[in-house]
Design a protein around this ligand. Structure first.
Ligand code: SIN
Length: 358
């Protein structure tokens, strides 16, 4: 799905991409029950029409509907399409900045995906890509989408000496790097949490800005965007009390290319998994260890000596580590085709050292 409003795209403009989500959702009974709704119902063009009168004068907007879905259904193909649209728009001299309206459920995955595939390009070209969403559907009396969308448009078009080009997110009057945004509460209205945010009104917190600069210094080359059929199959397995070896051995004869192991505490894995994981590594299944706690860093050889063939995820949560591993596996494939002997471990190691801004 992809449609574009073309009348203004020959002039400098902000490109607003619609992916769906609650920000584009509608509730049948918005006054009685605003939280019972269907996501991805309203086109991005209509969301913009609704806030038109508050858009700063002189800001031209072009909208494009990339998808209109509940983000829990986000597919590999939709991520590939979004990545390609963003990559092309970044090099278009008429595009001054990019806003993406997205569901909050998997905004975490899209945030890391865009950072790893377009973050360096955005930085070098001095353009900001801003993800935003909402907790209330578009027709709810307390809809937060319009103010989030306006903040995102302002942030995308703020002069650059305030904040460098890159991949950011804006929600609830605050801004952060998109790779630091995650939904960590099932129902709270402030569920999307941010790493050390700054004010979306453009007031930059200096310690946040130095974190942004540290990420930019560490991320010096974007990874290729997989085509729809190039994404590797990677699953997330959670270690828990009473874990069984079959949870791992089940995958040994499958087509799975990688496993994200969400361990307890510092990323500790149940001893029942030890043997089948050795076998998985021997069969060439890529293994990455992270923590199921939802916060903190997973370091090599902590709490135990690393299993051969397994990498620690650094600050990446399980959903982010999964996208990172898929991109690293694809980068290895593309490197091989280009006659280079780089491995997924080489690419993943570059991602795992990215600092999280807390
Ligand atoms: C979605 O992720 O599409 C639905 C939930 C939300 O946007 O908050």
């Amino acid at each position: 799905m992809s449609s574009i409003n073309r009348n203004l795209d020959q002039f400098p403009h902000i490109l607003v991409l619609g992916m769906g989500g609650t920000i584009a959702g509608l509730a049948p009974n918005p006054n009685e029950n605003p939280l019972q709704y269907e996501a991805g119902q309203v086109e991005v063009r209509a969301l913009l029409a609704h806030v038109q009168s508050a858009i700063p004068s002189g800001t031209a907007l072009v909208s494009r509907q990339v998808a209109n879905i509940n983000s829990r259904d986000l597919s590999n193909g939709e991520l590939s399409e979004l990545g390609c649209v963003v990559r092309e728009a970044l090099v278009n001299p008429m595009v001054a900045g990019i806003v993406i309206t997205h569901g909050t459920d998997t905004i975490e995955e899209t945030g890391i995906f865009l950072q790893l595939t377009c973050g360096n390009n955005a930085q070098n070209l001095g353009k900001r890509v801003i993800l935003t969403g909402a907790m209330f559907p578009a027709n709810a009396p307390k809809a937060d989408g319009p103010s989030n969308l306006l903040d995102a448009i302002r942030w995308a078009s703020t002069p650059l000496d305030n904040c460098p080009g890159g991949i950011y997110a804006v929600m609830d009057g605050r801004a952060c790097m998109a790779m630091d945004l995650a939904k960590r509460h099932a129902s709270a209205l402030n569920a999307p949490i941010m790493g050390s945010p700054s004010s979306s009104a453009g007031l930059i917190n200096p310690s946040w800005l130095s974190g942004v600069k540290a990420v930019e210094a560490a991320w010096t080359e974007d990874l290729p965007i997989p085509k729809e059929n190039e994404w590797s199959w990677v699953e997330i397995l959670t270690s828990h009390a009473g874990a069984r070896s079959e949870m791992v051995s089940h995958w040994l004869n499958s087509e799975v290319s990688g496993l994200i192991l969400a361990g307890s505490g510092m990323g500790g894995l149940h001893q029942e998994w030890q043997k089948p994981l050795m076998e998985a590594a021997y069969r060439g299944i890529a293994l990455v260890r992270t923590t199921r706690t939802g916060a903190g860093v997973t370091l090599p050889n902590m709490p135990d000596k690393e299993m051969p063939g397994c990498l620690a995820s650094g600050t990446l949560s399980a959903p982010r580590a999964r996208i990172a591993l898929q991109l690293a596996l694809n980068a290895e494939k593309q490197a091989k085709l280009a006659g280079k002997s780089l491995t997924w471990q080489d690419f993943f190691a570059r991602i795992a050292v990215l600092p999280e801004i807390r």
